[in-house]
Design a protein around this ligand. Structure first.
Ligand code: HEC
Length: 208
């Protein structure tokens, strides 16, 4: 007896279950059909639009747009020029942090062509026909810092402009670092303080 009742018991259990949980599946189904929130009347990035003549839904920014909080009108800082002359000073104080930033940014943006210390022997220069200028010439050692900033900003000959790639603060930091590289390859003992000279001479005699 008990054995014969078993399937019936099983079936009634399934029906109860279906009634109890069926509404969950049904409401999920209905929610899924409702896509108003998902498919809103707006353009996705880069989506085509028949509304504008150029077919683009995104509008290009108005020329000379300045982002909020980015307005800067100091010509020294932006162009490296003061009264149409190349500036001979940085537009902000030189600190160890600025120099370190300059080293990082130089290694990221300039080293591939100009080489680790600015000899003009970076990997790109070694592999291709591009002749890259060394920073260690009498002429470039004597140019104003504003000139170096200008070359980074506007490019020169076959060197492209970095204005869109590197913000002005970092272009100045790189400029300072280029100066440091120039000094590193052209320093004499007289450029050192007595203590530094002492240390250097001390190291030399230790090595011997
Ligand atoms: C794609 C390779 C390339 C990159 C990257 C590059 N340069 Fe140059 N650079 C050149 C070439 C080539 C010249 C020579 C241009 C000429 O005289 O026609 C040059 C010239 C220069 C000069 C000398 C200008 C003069 O009066 O002779 C300076 C200074 C300079 N680059 C600095 C930089 C700095 C700083 C960076 C990084 C922000 C940089 N360059 C990135 C290829 C490059």
């Amino acid at each position: 007896m008990a054995k014969m009742q078993e399937p019936r018991h099983h079936r009634s259990f399934s029906i109860t279950r279906l009634i109890r949980y069926g509404w969950v599946a049904l409401s999920l189904l209905l929610v899924a059909c409702h896509v108003d929130m998902y498919d809103q009347p707006r353009y996705e990035p880069y989506e085509y639009s028949a509304f504008f003549a150029d077919g683009r839904s995104s509008r290009p920014p108005i020329p000379n747009t300045v982002a909020v909080g980015q307005f800067q009108d100091d010509p020294h800082f932006l162009t490296g020029m003061i009264d149409d002359q190349f500036a001979t000073t940085l537009p902000f104080p030189l600190t160890a942090d600025v120099m370190e930033r300059g080293r990082q940014q130089y290694n990221a943006f300039c080293m591939s062509c100009h080489g680790l210390v600015g000899d003009g022997d970076g990997l790109i220069a070694q592999r291709g026909p591009l002749v890259v200028t060394s920073f260690h010439s009498e002429r470039l050692r004597n140019v104003e810092v504003g000139y170096i900033f200008d070359v980074i900003t506007n490019g020169l000959g076959r060197m492209y402009s970095h204005a869109a790639r590197i913000p002005p603060e970092d272009r100045w930091a790189i400029t300072a670092y280029v100066r440091a590289l120039q000094l590193s390859q052209d320093a004499t003992l007289d450029d050192l303080s007595p203590e530094e000279r002492e240390r250097l001479v001390g190291t030399e005699s230790e090595e011997q």
